[in-house]
Write a protein that binds this ligand. Structure first.
Ligand SMILES: [Zn+2]
Length: 462
């Protein structure tokens, strides 16, 4: 009898433990919508002359997203997971154009941001969205200033409906960045990394060049405070630090990239940063910050875009095609640990053919990588498998980057660049990593910003 009672109690306790373990919350990550509000008329974002019927009902890889595509993505989020804890939205809502002064203005960009904000609010009225600016949100593109301006003022009011607290107001006007408490013990930090973007020409003349808008110092102080108060942090921003995966260049001016890495590396061992989420690349990628003992510490996720628009370089060469994507993340509410990622996508060609947008699950990260969760340790195992197991692992990863829109082959250079880019967030580390692999002569990336390198190195911040 006594044994039965003990067993009963043990079963009850195990049940309680399972319930405690299952405190799983979900959030959506959406990014890079790039609305072409002229899609049904001139479609100014399109690369070539396409007739309206060739553009497709839900869009075309040669153009930015029509409203119909963006609208369907938000309603798909609602249908797939309506009861999320929050949404993160990492910017770039404005169309690409070769004639910016004709097609865009501060007023047009602000109204586009307001419209997509309104859509998210209408469809998810009880859910907080945490936004971050993308480089295209500003007019002119990428020229974010490190001081108060019309865009910060306007968006402080629009986005203040979600994150209207003193922490938000204190810094948003200054530089478009903020932090906000998601729940007790879990904080969100939204950075404006556009200040460091290599296409931001203002950065060459910032009066506060060593720390634009005081964001580095603020980030350092906010992370230090979180360590003290035992909070965990999720960091979001548009442009990620480190190298653009297999292409091997930095998005940020090198000194700013290095400074951001330096601040983050100070907090790797503490485990305060649970994950970092970015957009900008229009690709699906992950990376990992390791501490200086080589222990994997922070998972870094780059989410694919909603727009299908393909980059075209100055020689007229088009980037890889990619399908539109939306991402659902599951996490442990009690400590912010990231548990899984479900990546959804729209097969754009099929949607146009069927005249119906059927968003579907492409993968569940724990299943495709055969890992228990998506923490840095687990992702590090997936990364090693890509190098040491069959080439299929990295080829599959390479195709998923485009959400299965492109099955071109990832050769040895591509394979090792992915492997090294996943771990090294600076040019010397990346090049050193590549040198370990035979027959790879990788072009060193030059920085047009050597003057600032010297300045920043001299000014040993913090
Ligand atoms: Zn973008």
């Amino acid at each position: 009898m006594a044994t039965r009672t003990v067993l009963h109690e043990l079963t009850f306790l195990l049940g309680l433990l399972c319930v405690a373990k299952a405190d799983t919350g979900h959030f959506w990550h959406v990014t890079d919508h790039h609305l072409d509000f002229t899609f049904d008329e001139d479609a100014v974002s399109c690369h070539d002359d396409l007739t309206p019927s060739q553009r497709g009902r839900f869009g075309n890889g040669l153009c930015d997203a029509p409203w119909r595509l963006i609208n369907s993505s938000v309603y798909a989020m609602k249908e797939i997971a309506p009861n999320v804890d929050f949404i993160i939205w990492t910017g770039d809502n404005i169309l690409h154009t070769t004639n910016e002064s004709r097609d865009l203005s501060t007023a047009i960009n602000l109204s586009t941001l307001d419209n997509i904000t309104r859509l998210l609010r209408d469809v998810f009225p009880d859910v907080t969205t945490y936004p971050a600016f993308g480089n295209h949100d500003y007019f002119p593109d990428a020229q974010f200033p490190s001081h108060d301006n019309e865009m910060y003022q306007h968006m402080e009011i629009t986005w203040g409906v979600w994150v209207n607290d003193s922490n938000f107001r204190r810094t948003f006007r200054k530089g478009g960045y903020y932090s906000s408490l998601i729940r007790p013990g879990l904080r969100l930090i939204s950075l404006n990394t556009n200040l460091y973007y290599t296409r931001n020409r203002l950065a060459l003349n910032f009066t506060d060049m060593t720390d634009p808008a005081g964001q580095f110092k603020w980030l350092n102080d906010t992370l230090a405070a979180a360590v003290r108060t035992k909070e965990k942090v999720i960091v979001i921003a548009h442009i990620s630090p480190g190298l653009k995966g297999y292409e091997g260049f930095l998005w940020m001016y090198e000194p700013y990239n290095d400074l951001l890495n330096r601040v983050i590396s100070r907090y790797t061992e503490s485990g305060v940063i649970r994950a970092m989420h970015f957009g900008h690349d229009h690709d699906d990628e992950f990376k990992i910050y390791y501490d200086n003992k080589g222990v994997p510490r922070i998972p870094v996720f780059i989410a694919p875009s909603v727009t299908p628009w393909r980059y075209k370089d100055s020689q007229g060469e088009l980037g890889r095609p990619h399908n539109p994507g939306i991402r659902l993340v599951s996490y442990d509410r009690s400590n912010g640990r990231h548990l899984d990622i479900k990546q959804y996508y729209l097969d754009l060609e099929k949607a146009n053919r069927d005249r119906h947008a059927q968003w579907q699950l492409l993968y569940k990260a724990t299943e495709i990588y055969d890992i228990p969760d998506v923490t840095a340790g687990s992702l590090s195992k997936a990364r090693k498998r890509m190098l040491h197991s069959s080439k299929k692992h990295v080829q599959d990863y390479y195709e998923r980057i485009t959400l299965m829109a492109d099955d071109s082959k990832c050769d040895a250079k591509c394979r090792y660049s992915i492997y090294c880019g996943m771990r090294y967030f600076d040019i010397p580390g990346f090049n050193k990593c590549l040198q370990k692999y035979p027959s790879l002569a990788f072009r060193p990336v030059s920085s047009c910003f050597k003057l600032v390198v010297a300045l920043v190195v001299l000014l040993q911040l913090f």
